[in-house]
Design a binder for this molecule. Structure first.
Ligand SMILES: *[C@@H]1O[C@H](CO)[C@@H](O)[C@H](O)[C@H]1NC(C)=O
Length: 450
């Protein structure tokens, strides 16, 4: 699932800023970058918790970049400020466009962004990952970094979203997502950029969540992530024990990297967003650093809190009842003061072994495609945007440096099969997979029990 103050106030801030010998800059161009230490995020010396929303007006199908159009982002940024959030996640950004107006307005409202560096056309194809890990794909990913890293309120880049979404075949795509994570971190280092955070956003797959988490935090330092995030819809207006979140604290204790929920927001049993109370409580803050509520705009899958009118997403913004609920929960459960019991040392994990839920048979990562290495020294150049030719089958015509053990590229494969895999799925897209998986599982359990 995926998903930008006010000129007057900006002008007021600029006007009010003293002009001589003062370290204070206009806020619109100066926010403190978020860093990671041990298993927590920091804004300066203060611990930082993600208290945000997923922002994907139009839904995943529309595939629009809300941060490229001030007519879309500016009215929403007013709402974000009113809600009291501090992060928005955007699932698909156009690396050929300018983002200054939206990013500046967000910064002025003290709001950070967490961005998916891939998009439907430029992503790892979970159905056939090896050929989709190619130079055209990395060029698009690196161009997203070039465009957004200049804004200090870019908090993090996701190297993938829910690419692995079951406990079988899609786990084989993990190596390519991890290679992408490694390449993004290397690109940031070699281009001399500030240290922006890179990590993976995992699907809500309980059978291999720990294996996935450990995989992205094992091996040499250059291969590991800066954080781990997963999507979780298990709260359902219950409590920390019924939802199983207590176990998720226990199981991730000692993980060694910051963890947050890259999506939360069950819609069963009403939405009072008790998740925020739990996430901000001392039961969870030693291990978790907040989360992102899915989602801001009301789309077909019915998770939204604001109804946007107009096909181009520029119309009226109507607050739905859940808007007030979220605003209330955020104000009732503020970020705790103090360090939240975090662990100050970073730790790595042991690589998971191959088993029936984790079909990754090698910890060896695919090498960066030869043709992509030039981007490290020369930069990525102009990005292809969201409507370029796409990269999933680019290796059949360009670089396609094969990964160890990746096999040959099937040039006869149908591009339509790319649509079946590789990118973010909304709860609605995904529900049939989860439900059919559960039905199959319980049918099996039932059959065995009888
Ligand atoms: C927690 O860890 C136990 C023991 O490894 C495992 O059986 C269980 O499935 C895990 N639960 C979650 C929610 O990760």
């Amino acid at each position: 699932m995926r998903s930008a103050t006010l000129v007057a106030s900006l002008a007021a801030v600029v006007a009010a800023t003293p002009t001589k010998s003062t370290p204070q800059k206009p806020r619109a161009v100066s926010v403190e970058p978020i860093t990671a230490t041990g298993n927590a995020f920091f804004k300066g010396s203060e611990r930082f918790y993600v208290r945000g929303v997923a922002y994907q007006p139009g839904g995943s199908g529309a595939n629009i970049d809300p941060l490229a159009d001030p007519k879309v982002c500016l009215p929403d940024i007013k709402k974000f400020a009113d809600l009291g959030i501090n992060v928005v996640r955007v699932y698909s950004v156009d690396n050929s466009k300018d983002h200054k107006e939206c990013m500046t307005a967000l910064a002025d409202a003290d709001i950070y962004v967490a961005l998916d560096a891939n998009n439907p056309k430029y992503s790892i194809n979970r159905a056939d990952p090896a050929p989709s890990y190619n130079a055209d794909y990395l060029q698009s990913v690196f161009a997203v970094i070039d465009e957004f890293i200049k804004y200090d309120n870019t908090m993090a880049f996701f190297s993938g979203n829910e690419v692995i979404h079951d406990e079988a075949d899609t786990t084989k795509s993990a190596r390519y997502v991890k290679a992408t994570t490694r390449d993004m971190r290397q690109y940031i280092r070699e281009r001399g950029y500030r240290k922006a955070l890179v990590g993976y956003s995992a699907a809500d797959v309980s059978t291999n969540r720990i294996q996935t988490a450990n995989y992205f935090n094992c091996g040499t330092e250059d291969e590991r992530s800066d954080f781990f995030a997963f999507n979780d819809y298990s709260w359902c207006d219950t409590d920390i024990v019924t939802s199983g979140w207590d176990v998720k604290v226990k199981n991730f204790t000692g993980y060694g990297l910051p963890i947050f929920l890259s999506e939360y927001g069950c819609t069963k049993n009403g939405r009072t967003f008790g998740e925020i109370e739990a996430l901000m409580s001392d039961q969870m803050t030693p291990v978790y650093s907040g989360g992102l509520m899915y989602e801001y705009s009301m789309e077909e899958n019915k998770f939204g809190i604001v109804q946007i009118s107009g096909k181009d997403q520029t119309g009226n913004r109507e607050e739905l009842p859940e808007y007030k609920s979220l605003k209330n929960a955020l104000s009732k459960y503020p970020a705790p003061t103090g360090d939240g019991g975090f662990t100050s040392t970073t730790a790595s994990a042991a690589c998971p072994t191959k088993d029936s839920n984790w079909l990754v048979d090698s910890t060896l990562l695919p090498a960066m495609p030869e043709k992509a290495k030039v981007y490290l020294s020369d930069g990525a150049g102009k990005g292809p945007g969201l409507n370029g030719p796409g990269s999933q089958w680019a290796s059949t015509t360009s670089s396609g440096d094969a990964a160890p053990g990746s096999g040959s590229v099937d040039s006869t494969a149908s591009p339509s099969s790319a649509a079946a895999g590789g990118f973010a799925m909304s709860p609605v897209d995904r529900a049939p997979f989860v439900i059919s998986g559960l039905v199959a599982f319980f049918t099996l359990v039932g059959a065995l029990a009888l």
